[in-house]
Design a protein around this ligand. Sequence first.
Ligand SMILES: [Zn+2]
Ligand SMILES: [Zn+2]
Length: 444
Amino acid sequence: MPAPRFEQLHSQTGPFFLALGGAGMFGANFYLFGSAGQWIAVDCGFALQSREAGGNQVSVPSLAALERHDITLSALLITHGHEDHIGAIPHLWQALKCPIYASPFAARLIRNKLDPAIEWPRLIEIKPLQPIGIGAFQAEWIPVTHSIPESHGILLEVAGKRLYHSGDWKLDAQPLVGELTAQSRLQAIGRSGVDVIIGDSTNAPVAGASRSEQWVQNGLLDAIRRCSKRVVVTCFASNLARLHSLAEIAFDTGRYSSLLGRSLLTMHSAGRAHQYLHGHPGFIGPWELGFLPREQQLWVCTGSQGEPAAALARLANGSHPHLSLEAGDCVLFSSRLIPGNEAALERIKAGLKQQGIEVIDDEMAPIHASGHPPQEDLRQLYGWLKAKYLLPVHGELYHQQAHRDFARSLGMGGLVPNNGDLIDLSGQPAKIAELPWGLVEIKR
Ligand SMILES: [Zn+2]
Ligand SMILES: [Zn+2]
């Protein structure tokens, strides 16, 4: 069968969906929506792949499909500020030549990545629940809970269809920092009808419901109470709720706390600037904390994935300039291992244990919760939205298929998209063409 000519297809109203990253993989989320020759994109992230020689390779989506078919974007819409959703912007914004719409906090994180010495993209700060028109599209950002403040699903209305792009999300009634999921708005959207959900597949194979940040705070408090000497906690820098909890726990257990690692300091100052970390007891400088007795010290550090240059790896091999750990100290991994980092992390844990340091991870104590929806969360949201179809993204094929199967059990149709598949959403989603896609490695 000869391939349909894309030039003929894309002048039709569709609407069309095209993943150029994020489908069949974790990272490099970059999703295009088109109608009558107009295109917008949702998210523009990078992918991290572990190198055999150690360390990570950073890759961004290839724009070959846009160049070959003369697709120009009217806008780039950002769901939230995680690197797998914004990390490619510094590398691609000049080629995309379109305004970027993001929440104020995500916009700050994007600005932090850009070089002010060169001309900046147009960054437009959105207000949640206030629809805006972008050519043939109408877009509304819907607050959802996740593991960073200001996470959103985006409702797109185009060519008479209503598409809900979920972004990354979970259901958490006690997120501790940031807004609650806008349940009543999502239910109202469902009452007026949703055609297609483009949805987060990360935890679709997992039964049960999400664990709350409040549950993590309680688990961390119990675990830290049992530590008699110095405490070190490593977590993702962007999880401001976790930072908030650790500052409170330090206060409640008679400790002072300090942040080690550049990304934690950057995220902490962004959080304070946007009023997300006000009212907690705060962190002190590492030089001050180092002078206090061991049993009064709580350090929060970067490096939960074993990154060799991050604070934790340097603590494990005794090369950190501000802190040396000693036998009897305790290191807590308030994080989940990202596949590919096993060997690096095992080396760090072994190095710590050799020094007589206790290591506690999320399999030994309830000290971490995922930011993505397991099946009971999916059932709830999809019950509110009552969509006809699902396109599972944000996951490898295994996660996408589990997501599709679960959605089928809820009565939804749909298909599993690959990167590069052009999917017609005018009726039942159908693949109508294959466009080039790939990842481009970034040297840094
Ligand atoms: Zn993500
Ligand atoms: Zn995320």
